[in-house]
Design a protein around this ligand. Structure first.
Ligand code: FAD
Length: 422
């Protein structure tokens, strides 16, 4: 027996989303036995590759279709939270925008007790993940962009004339063009960088996991909802799937629906379980297992500074529309909120009536060293339990400035390095 075979472990990865797909692919590449358990089905919906069709995926079988509780600070509204339920996870129905975040975000994470997660520690991980094809920042201090990673990131694609006018209008009101917002400075207006190849969406599932699935090195279980962890003497020994009607996955075109009528769902044993079920579902699995992370009831605008920040942003948007390149060049006029909204109170009322989230839920099993932290920053292991880690957007101690897919991918890669001892 080779040393590789002797070291081979059976690893269950729960959730084939942004982070879980990287975790599963990296474990398979290292020779481990991997079972990837995904509640949703195959990523065969024809809308998935086409970014312009992403709206078709909301409320579809590929969407968990979550809704918030009524938001008392936002006109009492119930707000839709789409989340991916399909191979690829939320990366299969997101806008594919790739944003590392601000270097200071990560320095704050480190200052909050997450050693190794400062910008200097995570920037090389972003570099390893991506194959960047776009314009470079002309600045010696700019962080290098990756060329050889598995995630294609495209910037600098041909812009429509209206797009150019928006950039010129922003410049006219003091917001300059930033060539590459992922190289260290986020100031200014930029062209989005997208995870596409030949105009089609590429998820981390497609990039990292699928090649190993095709080779038979990852066993994928679709339509399989993990109900809870199986724990014996402080050690997680596997997972139990949901049994019964499996209403949660009704309508999902699963390869092999695992839900069976019966009292107990199937138990799958493993040497290690990695929860990558996302910021809403990883904590739910822990709670169903009797391990209670903090509550995460959303409370939009419970901190009034959030509404103030949004008001500043609304005003900036209004200024951009009124600037010459748009107003004169294209005859642009403001439609929303429109001229009837002029006082601060009217602006706030408009914001409360219309605010929604940009789908970046994080921090529900956050890493840290304080009493309330759920995972250890050095390993992403759940504190106080053996054999289980959380590796997804849940572990972020604070949200980054920007969209959260690239940070979730970075967490997947860093988590894989922890497991492999790299
Ligand atoms: C509509 C939308 C648009 C977005 N746009 C962008 C964007 O353009 N750019 C960006 O950077 N970010 C965007 N985001 C956010 C980004 O996609 C997420 O932050 C990121 O995908 C989170 O990755 P994750 O690995 O934590 O979870 P996910 O990718 O959500 O993966 C979790 C996976 O676990 C599975 N799962 C959950 N529970 C169970 C269970 N009990 N058993 C088995 N499997 C389970 C889910 O089905 C899912 O496949 C968007 C998100 C949404 C929803």
């Amino acid at each position: 027996m080779t040393s590789m075979q002797q070291d081979t472990r059976h690893i269950i990865v729960v959730g084939a989303g942004t982070a879980g797909s990287i975790m599963a692919g990296r474990m398979a590449e290292a020779g481990h036995r991997v079972t990837l358990i995904e509640a949703g089905g195959q990523d065969t919906n024809p809308a998935i590759p086409h970014l312009s069709r992403l709206g078709e995926l909301w409320h579809s079988p590929e969407d968990w279709d979550y809704f918030t509780v009524p938001q008392q600070h936002a006109s009492g509204r119930v707000i839709h939270w789409p989340r991916g339920r399909v191979l690829g996870g939320s990366h299969a129905l997101n806008a594919a925008i790739w944003v590392h975040g601000n270097p200071l975000d990560y320095d704050d994470w480190a200052a909050a007790g997450c050693d190794g997660w400062a910008w200097s520690g995570v920037a090389p991980v972003f570099e390893a993940l991506e194959a960047y094809d776009g314009p470079a920042q002309d600045d010696d201090a700019a962080a290098p962009r990756g060329a050889d990673g598995l995630v294609p990131v495209v910037g600098g694609y041909r812009r429509s004339p209206i797009f150019d006018a928006i950039i010129a209008a922003a410049d006219a009101v003091g917001v300059p063009f930033n060539t590459d917002y992922n190289s260290g400075s986020q100031e200014g207006i930029s062209q989005e960088q997208l995870t596409v190849r030949d105009g089609k969406r590429v998820t981390t599932y497609m990039a990292y996991a699928k090649p190993w699935v095709d080779r038979g090195a990852i066993e994928v279980r679709t339509g399989a909802v993990v109900e809870r962890l199986v724990v014996a003497d402080g050690r997680v020994t596997g997972v139990q799937l949901h049994a019964g009607g499996n209403a949660e996955v009704e309508g999902v075109s699963a390869d092999e629906p695992t839900a069976r009528l019966g009292s107990d769902g199937e138990v799958i044993e493993a040497d290690e379980v990695v929860l990558c079920a996302g910021a809403l579902d990883s904590p739910k699995i822990l709670m169903r297992s009797g391990i209670g992370p903090a509550e995460y009831d959303p409370a939009i605008f419970s901190d009034p500074r959030d509404r103030e920040a949004l008001r500043v942003s609304l005003r900036q948007g209004r200024e951009v529309v009124a600037a010459a390149p748009l107003a004169e060049g294209w005859g642009a006029r403001e439609v929303h909120p429109g001229p009837s909204v002029s006082t601060e109170a009217e602006e706030d009322a408009y914001i409360d009536r219309t605010v929604t989230t940009y789908h970046h839920q994080v921090g529900t099993c956050r890493m840290g060293t304080d009493e309330l932290a759920v995972v250890d920053p050095a390993t992403l292991a759940v504190r106080g339990l053996e054999g289980v880690r959380v590796v997804d957007a849940s572990v972020m101690p604070f949200i980054t400035n920007g969209n959260t897919n690239a940070p979730s991918a970075m967490i997947g890669e860093k988590g894989a390095r922890f497991l492999l001892g790299e």
